[in-house]
Write a protein that binds this ligand. Structure first.
Ligand code: ADP
Length: 472
């Protein structure tokens, strides 16, 4: 269903892309045509005005030179000469009598007695309109020295012609542009979406086959799609690692649980088989072993649960102001006896209080795990130094031991769940101590780390807890 929806969505994306390309092409061409038309119409208008001005000047000069007759002669000469474009000429006496009139037949419908025409001067124009006629008449004029009036006029037919050409032809042009836009959109969207469709198919295949090791080839174009493919590959890698990590954890937990449970079952079975002859104190011994094995299984499970709750920020912390130095001295007291048994010297170097905000129980658990490892992995007679210090932002807790240290190739893994170093297999432990240290430090918005002990064998484990932070 999801994939069906996704396919539909891809189709929609493609359709949208095609429509966008077409619309943009149509809008851009309409804009360009519109601008072109406006420029041409403006040009025609300016040309008309210039022609009107020059005709007016020419008839005015003729009148100055030879009076009314000269104007009439010039007009008939112009008609012969220009022939092509019709024009209007009217000369009216001061008494408004028409002395000379040259009005093309079709223009007689315009109101040439319009009162606006009386005020015309060179450089001013009056446009006469007539409903139902496809064009206007533009007139300019001038008063002559004896009070007569001279008027010249031209029609806007040329512009009207251009407009009607545009109206008639543009739908065809637009149609062609739309078809071109649709085809360009169709082919370019196919090209553009091809890698996404491929990615989609690849994801589909992974879902069906579960082959998380499959990777998509980069096209080598270094564009956004290539970036998407690399990210997708990285995501797959991460998911693959997580899943194999989870599988590993599950295997290890199963393995670690099997031992105490098998022992538990063995003891119980033995007790049952020889039930009649078993004495009460032997029963108590068997039950003690059962309790011990159960404790081991429960410890493993609760440590695992604590780690995952701390990692998912669902672990409840009772935060309060605490002194890391005080907690360290309490934990050192707890381990003094074990260290003494191994003849180890355990020294606490805490010159003053180290105030941090934290859950004292959990912080004691963190310090205890580090100290437990130091005692466990240090040889008999070794020395362990616990140091507490502070700066403005952090409280720092360090445990330095003279143990075997952690080989370089293991350093990146010791904080992983259930990871145990090769050399530690013989010693007791679940491989969860350091992951709990790290998860709890992170839950306190702090951090945990390890480095080789300065100057010699051994290691230095440290935990930084923020001095005063707001936990959300
Ligand atoms: P565990 O101690 O139960 O094995 P941890 O998570 O506490 O598990 O530690 C993981 C691994 O880190 C150990 O198996 C060991 O190899 C290594 N390690 C931890 N602490 C020390 C230490 N102080 N010195 C040397 N190796 C250590």
């Amino acid at each position: 269903m999801f994939w069906k929806n996704l396919t539909v969505r891809f189709k929609q994306t493609r359709l949208r892309l095609i429509l966008i390309v077409t619309l943009v092409a149509a809008a851009a061409s309409t804009l360009v045509f519109g601008i072109l038309l406006t420029v041409l119409l403006r040009g025609f208008e300016m040309q008309d005005r210039m022609e009107l001005d020059s005709r007016l000047l020419s008839y005015w000069a003729a009148w100055q030179y030879g009076g009314d007759q000269a104007v009439i002669d010039r007009a008939s000469e112009d008609m012969k000469k220009h022939g092509g474009r019709p024009f209007l000429l009217m000369l009216k006496s001061p008494e408004d009598e028409i002395l000379c009139a040259l009005v093309p037949g079709a223009w007689e419908v315009f109101n040439l007695e319009d009162s606006m025409l009386e005020f015309l001067q060179p450089g001013t124009y009056v446009t006469l309109k007539k409903d139902g006629l496809g064009y206007d008449l533009r007139i300019s004029g001038s008063k002559l020295d004896d009070g007569s009036r001279l008027m010249v006029g031209l029609s806007t037919e040329n512009r009207q012609f251009l407009l009607s050409m545009y109206r008639r032809n543009y739908p065809w042009v637009l149609g062609a542009i739309i078809i071109a836009g649709l085809s360009v959109g169709f082919f370019s969207s196919r090209r553009l979406l091809a890698p996404i469709i491929r990615l989609n198919r690849e994801i589909d295949r992974i879902i069906v086959t579960g082959e998380l090791s499959r990777r998509l080839d980069n096209r080598g174009t270094n564009d956004e799609l290539d970036e998407l493919i690399s990210r997708y590959n990285r995501l797959l890698e991460r998911v693959e690692n997580l899943i194999s990590g989870m599988k590993g954890t599950l295997d290890a937990v199963a393995h670690d649980l099997r031992t105490p449970l098998t022992r538990l079952r063995g003891h119980a079975e033995m007790a049952l088989q020889s039930a009649a002859s078993v004495k009460p104190d032997e029963y108590a011994e068997v039950l003690a072993t059962v309790v011990e094995q159960t404790d081991q299984a429960v410890a493993l499970l609760s440590a695992l649960m604590d780690i995952s709750e701390a990692e998912q920020s669902t672990l409840h912390l009772d935060l309060e102001d605490c002194d890391l130095s005080l907690l360290a001295s309490q934990v050192c007291d707890m381990y003094a006896f074990v260290a003494e048994e191994k003849n180890q010297s355990l020294k606490l170097d805490a010159p003053g209080p180290v105030p941090v905000k934290g859950d004292p129980v959990r912080l004691r658990q963190v310090l205890g795990n580090l100290l437990d490892n130091a005692v466990k992995y240090s040889p008999d007679g070794g020395s362990i130094v616990v140091r507490c210090s502070r700066n403005e932002d952090w409280g720092l807790f360090e445990v330095t031991d003279e143990g075997p240290g952690v080989p370089e190739e293991e350093r990146g893994r010791i904080f992983e769940r259930l990871y145990r170093g090769d050399r530690s297999r013989g010693s007791r432990g679940l491989g969860l101590g350091l992951s709990l240290v790290q998860a709890l430090s992170a839950a306190h918005k702090g951090m945990a780390g390890m480095e080789p002990a300065p100057g010699g064998t051994g290691s230095r484990f440290f935990v930084k807890i923020p001095a005063n932070i707001s936990h959300s």
